[in-house]
Design a protein around this ligand. Structure first.
Ligand SMILES: [Zn+2]
Length: 176
């Protein structure tokens, strides 16, 4: 949870708007590790570096609602997604837990089999549309279609780029 900087002007100095730092952490209690290995560090309890991603207002809202209504007190591990019921209440989810939850939700919604990777794929086309086909923006928004695109598209979009900002807001369903 220390990697989530969901308030304006976080103490890291890198997050003017809500963002999260994707940090490769080999020591997570559920043995998950982010694939990207951008350097990061913790100074005075504040995370800097890693791969910084924008966070939608809907995600921020869902986070605070979950933390204030469902998240068990005194979990003591700092992991966000945890077991909410049963003997393992408060224990962090392994990746299989997230996949199963998504599978059940997909079935309930009549969508068939939904896998986590589907979100990345379904994000690509709308971002490309909203950014007038700018591949750099689509990739840095996190919606790249394939590993090849990551290799083929060089450079990075300025996180404060107004076109980048507008594309994300359009895909997030925020009207101006
Ligand atoms: Zn930050």
């Amino acid at each position: 949870m220390v990697d989530l900087h969901l308030r304006e002007n976080a103490a890291c100095g890198e997050c003017r708007a809500p963002r999260l730092h994707v940090c490769h952490r080999p020591g997570n209690p559920n043995r998950t590790e982010a694939k990207s290995k951008h350097p990061w560090r913790v100074e005075h309890g504040i995370v800097t570096g890693g791969l910084i991603k924008r966070v939608s207002p809907a995600m921020v809202h869902t986070y605070f609602e979950y933390l204030t209504t469902e998240y068990p007190r005194g979990a003591g591990h700092g992991m966000l997604l945890v077991q909410l019921h049963g003997a393992d209440t408060g224990q962090p989810w392994a990746p299989v837990g997230a996949r199963r939850m998504l599978g059940r939700a997909g079935k309930r919604a009549g969508l068939g089999i939904v896998k986590p990777h589907a979100f990345r794929h379904s994000f690509t086309s709308p971002v490309l549309d909203a950014a007038n086909g700018n591949l750099l923006i689509a990739r840095d928004a996190g919606g790249w279609a394939s590993a090849a695109m990551v290799d083929e598209v060089y450079g990075h979009v300025d996180v404060h780029d107004p076109v980048f900002d507008a594309a994300l807001r359009t895909v997030w369903g925020e009207t101006k």
